[in-house]
Design a protein around this ligand. Sequence first.
Ligand code: ATP
Length: 374
Amino acid sequence: MHRVELKNITKKFGDFTALDNINVEVEEGELLSLLGPSGCGKTTTLRIIAGLETPTEGDVFIDGKRVNDLSAAERNIAMVFQFIALYPYINVWENLAFPLKAQKMPVDQIKKKVAEISSILGLDDVLYQYPRDIHPAQGQMVSIGKAVIRDPEVYLFDEPLSHLDASMRVKMRADIKHLHEKLGRSMVFVTHDQLEAMGLSDRIAIMSQGEIVQIGTPEEIFHKPLTQYVADFVGTPPMNFLECELIQEGDEYFLRANSVKLRLQKELLDKTESGTQGSGLGKTKMVMGIRPRHIKLYIDGASKENEFLVPGTVEFIDPEGKEIVVHVSLAQGINLRVMVPFHYSVKEQDKVWIELEQDHIKLFLKNTGGAVLV
Ligand code: ATP
């Protein structure tokens, strides 16, 4: 098993800085995803690890050995691209065997290796078919098989599922996870699909404009986003954001967004970066973030003695699988999405009450997007 380390990597194309001082370590046997929008530098990072691109500054290490001066062929890395790369006039077995034949491996060993990879990738039923006769998802699996059959030290995947339809992507995600568990190699997986990254990865590096803005497990990224950008990038439906400021009335604290006041537990403010009761946050423009499933919805709130309830009106309802997303308006222009079970009986224009689950409230600074409460 092998460890990959990028140290202070900067990559410039002319005057344009595509990567700005990237630092990342892929532990032995780890699957690390690079997640971010188009153009943020994911593929460039992958190509630098592979040796297909030279960093302007910084070093690449594989297993502690600096490999900057090694060519792509000398690095013993497998790279799988978005597009299926198979030889059309030979069957699946021959496609898988091709890299081994090129290495002049003895035939009995080739047969053993192809059988092993075919079984892991679920290709046994199509081994003697031609690429044109198999499903594109199976075709991409053969591409992956071709890349990994040489037993490379590190696997690099550049959006290998992006050209497949949604249901196939879900299945392939599980297959790639299985492959990773079975072979135990270090993998770097590039994607702009947060669900893919969340489902597959041991850790995720979130990228923005040539920088890595947060690295963590899917749970850390989802529950403890360090910036509003990260919070916004992961989660379906997306996190709610409300511009607000912290106000104090007597010894009670509220987040005020225009005419709406959302009460806060005092203990919550003790957890902010500003310390005791968020004393440094008064007058600071902030953005409150909360995920739709962390807001409670009541249809009989008027009868409850609960000072954390806020009244609103159902604007519209969006079914989403086994749940529904209820869009609640608290005042003109102040709307929150709330996720409730499918059987919940609400309809448009209903009067409802919402309650924020206090432990799940996030606060970000409006000017920098940095979190002060996660
Ligand atoms: P996508 O998901 O669209 O592939 P990405 O996050 O992988 O995006 P990169 O392909 O790494 O992004 O590109 C990062 C930036 O560097 C982009 O603005 C791209 O236009 C630029 N770039 C990449 N390769 C080159 C190149 N050879 N010459 C000039 N600019 C480049």
